[in-house]
Structures are given as C-alpha cells and as structure tokens.
Design a protein around this ligand. Sequence first.
Ligand code: PLP
Length: 366
Amino acid sequence: MHIPLVDLKANYESIKTEIDEAIATVIENSSFIMGERLKTFEEEFAKASDMNHCVTCANGTVAVELALRVLDIGKGDEVICPANTFIGTTESVTNVGAKVVFVDCSEETYNIDLDLIKKAITPKTKAIIPVHMYGRMVDMETIEKIAKAHRLHLIEDAAHAHLAEWKGKKSGVISGIATYSFFPAKNLGAFGDAGAVVCNLDSHAKKLEMLRNHGRIAKYNHEFEGFNYRMDTLQAAILEVKLRHLHEWTEQRRKIAKRYDEALKDNVITPPTIPDIYHVYYMYVIRTPQRDALKEFLKEKGIETGIHYPIPLHLLQAYAYLGHKEGDFPVAEKLAEEILSIPLYPELTEEQQEYIISAIKEFFKK
Ligand SMILES: Cc1ncc(COP(=O)(O)O)c(C=O)c1O
C-alpha cells in the first residue's frame, strides 16, 4: 500500500463538483483580480475565525510581513520568534528591516518556551510572534501577560492553526491580529499560494488592504507605495468552497489523532494535548530517538512521512549572520532529531490508518 503524507487529490475528489462549479463561475465572470468572490471569502473567513476583518494576500509569508508593517515594525526593531518554526515566519521580520531574535521551544508543547521569552526582551524588542505549531495553540493568556507587561505587540502566526482554539478563543482573538497560510497542504489549502491576515481594528484592516494593493485608495490613486500582495479571485472561490467543509474535516483530523494517540502511546511520544486546547492537527507529529530508522522502515512499507522541520532556524546558513551555534537552543535541536510527521488527513481511510498503526508497532517489536 502507498500512503502519501498529504493527499490533495483525494481532497479534491471529495468535493469535485463544488470546486469545478466555483472555478467555472470565476472564469465565466472573468473577474480574476479583486473579484466579488474575494470579498465573500474574506467575510466568511473572518466570521469562521471570530475576527472582525480578514484581508487576503498572496501567501502566508507576506501575511506575516503585512502584519508587521501595519504595526509599524521595521528598522532597528527586534522581534522574538521560536527557533523551530518555518522560515516564512522569520524572513518576513528581516524583510521589513527588523532583527529576528530566536527563543527555544518547550518540550511539553513544541511551541515557543514562555519561560524563556523574558530573557530575550531588550529595549529594542517590539513584538513576539507566537507560532501555533502543528495546529496546537500557544498559551495565549500567559503570552499576552508577558506582552502587556513589556508593551509588546503579539502577531499570531496561525499558518498551521485554522479553527484552532485556546480556551474557546481562536487565533487573533486575544492579540488582535493573526496570519494564515492557505498553501495547498494546509488544513484550508488553495490551489496555489494564498494567505490572509485577520484583525479586529478597522484601521488595521484599511491599512492592510492598501498595503497589499499598491497603497491604493481608488483606481490609479495611491496614498503611499505598497505592494502587489493580492490573492487571486480563483483561489478565493476555491477556499470559499473548502471553508464550508473545514469544521467537519477538522473533526475528522481530531478523530484520527485520537485513534493514533491511543494506539501509539506505548511506542512513541504522541503529540502533547491538554483539554483547553482545540488542536487541529495540521501535522500529527510523533517523537522517538529511533526517528531515522522508523522513517526508513515506513518508507519501505510505502508510508510517506515528513520532518517539520529538520534544521532549527538558528542553524540554517540563512541565519549564520546571527552567530548562533549548536547547543544554543537545545530543545529545538533535540526535537529536530526526533520528530516525525505521519499521514493524517480527513480522507485517510480506516484501512490506511490501521496499516500505519500496524507498521509503527511492527517496527518497535523488532
Ligand atoms: C508557521 C508558518 N509560517 C508561515 C508560513 C508561510 O506560508 P506560505 O508558504 O503560504 O508563504 C508557513 C508555511 O508553511 C508556516 O508553516
């Protein structure tokens, strides 16, 4: 049996008629840029996220950049980020002219270690970017207290966390601003690159809309120089269809995760969970010191796996200029050696789930 890590084809097949109809409508209307369906999706996604506004954009990386820009973060500022995220979080910080300051992650949550944040704060710190890794939200109450005490902005990177909740509150609700990626493999994925910023202030939404569209207030009237960071109407139409199914898909992810939790807990460290968090399992990440051998074994069985992410950011060549060395963020480094993402998506059949569980158990019996 071959089981891919992500099965976008199976997802498409499950809603083919609706998707094909949505695409056909956009082509029929030929309103490809900033079309009517873009607005509709923004309204729907804001509603689904319990936020006042959603401003779509080209991808999740520029979503972080737009959020930084709307908060006037730039040259001379420092922004605290976890060391174990994807580079899309942090390159945006550099792209606005600010400095990335890494903080290690916690072994209990795989999210930024809240106890270490204070030590990283300097007079230049302007913001913290909590990343809700794999769909499990950061403790927003505690991080908000830290941010308030030091007068820092919070920008939640929710690229992994569509519909996730912390004590009933979704990304952005506590901080006022969160960013999303709709990269195809995400829980809510487009048919190409796409992203969004959700926010509560009208002033933020207005500025974000201008920033992503050449600083424009009306056709050929530009208040400032912005960017072409728009999302295509075609992607909005696709996302609007998928959003209708997202709650049901998320529940299915959680059901499979629960099955994995019970079946695998004696063999590997299963993802940390607490009842207060509505984990949406963008990735189901297990942990074992025998990670590489297990990965190879599963590959031979036809099961694709992934590592999110294999090199902690501070050890990437891209961040060599910051002068970090091995040992600086030991938890992120240890996790990078032990974590393994196994297939989990709504379309994964019972038979496929059983095959994955049996293969992992077989490996540990050897
Ligand atoms: C945590 C995180 N932030 C930001 C991004 C960037 O999103 P995009 O690929 O849509 O630019 C990603 C993408 O995977 C991500 O995982």
